[in-house]
Design a protein. Structure first.
Length: 363
């Protein structure tokens, strides 16, 4: 194997590929890249047995071949070299990396030890990359982080009534982003795979998406890369059934002003649970935090609300995270009773088709 390639392009490809490797693994081979020099390209393969990534970039190949090398060591070396071009070659069981006046030799293992990849299926359905990125950014925060039912450990993606649904939930809140579009599959994509996809996408490309016949894998492909994702098993809960339809109190709030008030109160709290009581009265919302150990705080906000006094409690961190996902200046908070789920959504749902369901808590 002997080739020459652009250092910056190689560095960027390695960054993307590292997201699909295991940093620490009982199988050391999963911490490696498989590099293959072909006609005029070098192909990088990386996997953690849940994600199978194939990246290719142009290279001046003088001698074809394959080599398996530690992903961290190679990435660190390439990132810190200051030459425009890199020369890669093999000497026995070593990979030689030369850039400018720097020269490194890395130990390698046999390419035959690298896991086999599933066959790639090129999908016919093209989805804009920016749509996928937006769907992930608006729902990823709500996906379950602790061990819980498997179906809640990923993002659910499907087509429904002329829209593409991106859904994340941990059982205490549910985020739904539903832009207009069509999508023929139901995919339950693991949290780590979402990180891989985010690293790969620039937002300007179209991604071809397919699913295996048995529903085990999803395939995301572009001209530069191919990603095979092992999907989560299990049936996703009926998320549409939990979205409340009728409300007794609706308040229009300024998104940035409300976030700043909540974050000031959050400064008094420690940990993920940050109880906040919200009291609504005519054109006023009072946000209160009280804790014998950490102190107490009170914020008053001017809001668009007229009606009876209404009190409800929430984990304030859930409110902050859901407000962060909005792309609008104003948002509706809609309530039914102090003990049932509340709905947060943009004041212009056609422009920002996102809503979040949040369960209340006693404060």
């Amino acid at each position: 194997m002997k080739l020459e390639l652009d250092r910056e392009e190689f560095e960027e490809a390695l960054k993307k590929a590292r997201e699909a490797t295991e940093k620490k693994s009982a199988l050391p081979i999963l911490t490696n890249f498989l590099l293959t020099a072909e006609e005029d390209r070098v192909v990088i393969k990386a996997t953690d047995l849940e994600n199978y990534l194939i990246l290719s970039l142009k290279a001046d190949v003088q001698e074809k071949g394959s080599v398996c090398v530690n992903s961290r060591s190679l990435s660190d070396i390439v990132r810190n070299l200051n030459s425009a071009l890199l020369h890669l070659s093999t000497e026995g069981d070593k990979l030689v990396i030369v850039g400018g006046r720097s020269r490194f030799k890395l130990p390698t293992v046999s390419p035959e030890d690298f896991p086999e990849f599933p066959e790639v299926i090129e999908g016919e359905e093209a989805v804009p990359g920016n749509l996928i990125l937006k769907g992930i950014s608006k729902t990823e925060y709500a996906i379950a982080k602790e061990e819980t039912r498997i179906s809640l450990q990923g993002m659910y993606m499907r087509g429904h009534e002329g829209r593409v649904h991106f859904v994340g939930s941990d059982g205490h809140r549910l985020a739904l982003y539903e832009p207009e579009g069509s999508f023929p599959y139901e995919l339950l994509i693991p949290r780590k795979s979402l990180k891989v996809v985010q690293r790969l996408l620039t937002g300007i490309e179209d991604v071809r998406v397919a699913r295996s016949e048995d529903g085990s894998f999803a395939y995301f492909t572009t001209e530069e890369w191919k990603l095979i994702v092992r999907l989560l098993e299990g049936e996703y809960p009926d998320y549409l059934a939990v979205i409340p339809k009728e409300f007794t109190a609706e308040v229009l709030v300024d998104v940035d002003e409300t976030k700043r008030a909540l974050k000031r109160l959050a400064g008094l709290s420690e940990g993920r649970v940050f109880p906040v009581k919200i009291t609504l009265s005519d054109n006023l919302a009072i946000l209160e935090f009280m804790d014998p150990e950490f102190g107490e705080g009170r914020e008053e906000l001017d809001v668009d609300y007229v009606g009876e006094t209404f009190e409800i409690g929430f984990n304030g961190r859930y409110l902050i995270e859901s407000l962060d996902a909005l792309d609008s200046e104003k948002a509706w908070l809609k309530f039914t009773t102090p003990d049932t789920a509340a709905l947060l959504e943009s004041d212009d749902y056609e422009k920002d088709p996102y809503r979040c369901i949040i369960m209340p808590m006693r404060v």
